[in-house]
Design a protein around this ligand. Structure first.
Ligand code: GLY
Length: 290
């Protein structure tokens, strides 16, 4: 039976419950991860993903999403996608309906609409209020903007078949066109049925520089457990990218046998786990020695 992981306490709870329901209804792990991320994207109360998330510095929400299958290393991704939901479904369509791995910006939006999604305004009264507050006083909320970083990344396995997926609106008030790790195969997600799956969440620039997800899957390939592999990646980042200690940089991993782990450079990280359709449980991780 399936094991499914989802990142962060608040958005992960929405995602893991929707994914679990799909498992219970007989859906595949891929379907479950898509359902989980779609539910989180559609929830206007989650400020780091989908509808109601915080926009870029121009006041526009730009979404990034990706999905990867460990069976054949198939992958699909979108970045800087504006005005359509769910981004994770568009990423899946890129994987399943095109010859490509990634579509970007206005052309990703055109593809999404051609495939059947309708254009819509993703801003809510609350996201407009927060953006206007930031415009009035950008410095005073800079710390907050950088801390709103709860990208939802999900990993799943069923009988050793691995899937990884991620969805985010990226940094609040980011430079328009900025893309982080989440839609980048090897940085934000990686899945390989030979070794396992890994994902990332947190400070995308640092996680991308470290190729955090690929690095973690390769570590499992050398025989490390998911927990050991995540700790090795975080230790590497702390050594080679000392700036990564300033904000949370999180990696999570799932083994082919359903074992899992996570590690963070800073702060407390919560990971939701659902095994065999049972009730989801949340696990907490802190930096080693922190
Ligand atoms: N990890 C999400 C981002 O930095 O965009």
């Amino acid at each position: 039976m399936a094991t499914i992981l989802a990142t962060w306490e608040e958005p992960g709870k929405v995602a893991i419950h929707a994914a679990r329901q799909t498992v219970l209804n007989g859906g595949s792990v891929l379907d479950s991860l898509e359902a989980g991320l779609t539910a989180a994207e559609d929830d206007p109360n989650l400020v780091a993903i989908g509808r109601g998330s915080l926009p870029n510095s121009d006041g526009e929400i730009e979404l990034d999403a990706s999905v990867m299958l460990g069976s054949g290393l198939e992958a699909g991704a979108v970045c800087a996608l504006r005005g359509v939901l769910p981004a994770i479904r568009v990423a899946r369509w890129v994987m399943e309906r095109t010859e490509h791995v990634m579509l970007t910006g206005d052309q990703a939006r055109r593809f999404a609409i051609e495939q059947g999604l309708r254009p819509q305004n993703l801003m809510t009264a609350e996201s407009i209020r927060r953006y206007e507050e930031w415009l009035r006083s950008p410095e005073s909320v800079a710390e907050y903007a950088h801390s709103v970083h709860d990208t939802v990344t999900m990993l799943g396995e069923d009988g050793g078949r691995m899937v990884a997926a991620s969805s985010t609106s990226g940094w609040a008030y980011k430079k328009p066109g900025r893309v982080g790790d989440s839609p980048i195969v090897g940085a934000g997600i990686y899945a390989d049925d030979e070794h396992g799956a890994a994902g990332a969440t947190g400070w995308g620039e640092q996680l991308w520089r470290a190729c955090a997800s690929f690095r973690t899957v390769q570590a499992m390939g050398r025989g490390l457990s998911p927990q050991e592999a995540c700790e090795e990646t975080v230790a590497y980042m702390q050594r080679r990218l000392p700036g990564s200690r300033e904000l949370p940089c999180v990696v999570l991993a799932l083994g082919k046998d359903g074992s899992f782990g996570a590690a963070t450079t800073k702060g407390e990280f919560h990971l939701w786990v659902c095994r065999d359709g049972g009730g989801p449980q949340v696990h907490a991780y802190r930096p080693k020695g922190g």
